[in-house]
Design a protein. Structure first.
Length: 339
């Protein structure tokens, strides 16, 4: 008898994955559920390696990873949640069948907050293509409520998920505009950026929904981060389409005029768009990928986030997502992992 087919073996799991034998890989993973912690970690490392090399291989195995998401070891849960994020980025369709696993992690108040953050991130990645499957009232409420109470690193992921939901289907958040606007002055610039993006997305299809938060958006025109200023200008311009400059506070008009000469082209282009939109009034903008369109928002968000992350002088811990300092030992101050 070939014992390697009956005991959990990292080498055997790797062979099954490399040969695309999904049924065998699932059976192998099931045997890892009761293996020692280090062996379970090793199995997950194999899955992460395979997913980074070839998209589509790990996706069919996600249902078999359900026990790992609720594993007694926090590190196992976190690593599994990060694997779900990686799959959701490249193969969101594969994550749809296991969405309840992620929503349960998000809703569990006793869960390690980085696991909740990764669950939110994975949900957001799926929401870009499958908003109807993700953006239930319960999930949206969990994300929104967390903006008030969660750790800073978690809030970034919650805000990102809300932004992704808005980019996938803005109608899902048009009744949450006031809730989102409450956090536009958050101390984290990524949170402010994601929320401005979410509101701009809502404005693409329901500009009148932004009316009650015109002052909050106008205040972001003076934000210290130019990507936040630009997104705020875009949202204000979309609002201005409702009723011209009657929809926009006078001080916002003054700031937009100033922003036409902003040192950042990201801001200048959107300030000019906003002033043109306000002047032209209620006109269809289409979705050609320019300013004030969902396609344009989606096309520029990843690059903006990369620049924001680079501008603050920190990287991100690959294990827990914590912002890393410029100086000090190569070890995450939050989770202790080397980087």
């Amino acid at each position: 008898m070939d014992e390697s087919s009956h005991r959990p073996s990292v080498e055997r799991l790797a062979e099954l994955l490399d040969s695309r034998e999904h049924d065998g890989a699932i059976a192998c993973l099931e045997r890892f559920e009761t293996a020692p912690t280090e062996e379970r970690k090793a199995a997950l490392d194999v899955l992460r390696r395979v997913e980074s090399e070839t998209s589509g291989v790990v996706g069919p195995l996600l249902p078999a990873l359900s026990p790992f998401v609720t594993d007694g070891e926090r590190s196992i849960r976190l690593t599994t949640a990060k694997l779900f994020v990686a799959v959701a980025e490249r193969d969101p369709d594969a994550v749809v069948p296991v969405l309840p696993i992620l929503t349960d992690r998000l809703a569990d108040e006793d869960e390690f907050y980085f696991v909740r953050a990764r669950a939110a991130e994975a949900l957001g990645n799926v929401a870009l293509d499958h908003p109807d499957a993700v953006a239930s009232p319960e999930v949206v409420a969990e994300l929104q409520i967390g903006l008030s109470f969660d750790e800073p690193e978690v809030k970034e992921k919650l805000a990102k998920a809300l932004g992704d939901i808005a980019l996938g289907d803005p109608d899902r958040l048009d009744h949450r505009v006031s809730n989102l606007a409450e956090h536009l002055d958050d101390g984290d610039e990524l949170v402010r950026y994601y929320l401005c993006t979410a509101l701009a997305a809502v404005g693409c299809v329901s500009p009148a929904a932004l009316g009650a938060e015109a002052d909050a958006l106008a205040a972001r025109l003076d934000d210290e981060n130019h990507h936040v200023r630009g997104r705020a200008a875009e949202a204000v311009g979309l609002l201005g389409r409702v009723d011209g400059d009657d929809s926009v506070p006078p001080e916002a008009m003054e700031r937009l005029c100033e922003r036409r000469e902003d040192e950042s082209s990201f801001v200048r282009d959107r300030a000019r768009f906003a002033l043109d939109a306000i002047d032209e009034g209620d006109q269809e903008s289409g979705d050609d990928g320019g300013e004030g369109t969902l396609a344009g928002l989606r096309a520029t968000t990843d690059e903006a986030v990369e620049e924001i992350t680079a501008e603050d002088g920190t990287g991100v811990c690959p294990s827990c997502g914590h912002s890393l300092p410029d100086v000090g030992p190569p070890m995450c101050p939050r989770c202790g992992s080397p980087y």
